[in-house]
Write a protein that binds this ligand. Structure first.
Ligand SMILES: [Zn+2]
Length: 83
């Protein structure tokens, strides 16, 4: 045998296609995507917002009159940080 060992897909362990890039790690885009997704879900289960942004009180809500509201629904003042 003079051929070098056929590289295997890192996900499904099938031999990579002959036309694959020299250092290809996956047999197909589907395997690459699946492996990437698996890596990502194990790292961060929650969507990207840091806790501080979701727990801090702030007037991010608006009534139909575009008045800023506190999360509790009361009118907030843009000059009083206590609201
Ligand atoms: Zn594969």
């Amino acid at each position: 045998m003079t051929m070098t060992a056929t590289p295997l897909c890192e996900r499904c362990e099938q031999p990579l296609p002959v036309m694959a890039r020299r250092h290809a790690r996956y047999c197909s885009g589907a395997c690459k995507q699946a492996a990437y997704r698996a890596r990502k879900t194990s790292a961060a289960a929650s969507p990207s917002l840091p806790d501080e942004l979701t727990t801090r009180a702030r007037w991010v809500r608006y009534s139909s009159a575009k008045v800023p509201l506190t999360p509790a629904g009361r009118a907030a003042s843009s000059t009083d940080p206590a609201t």
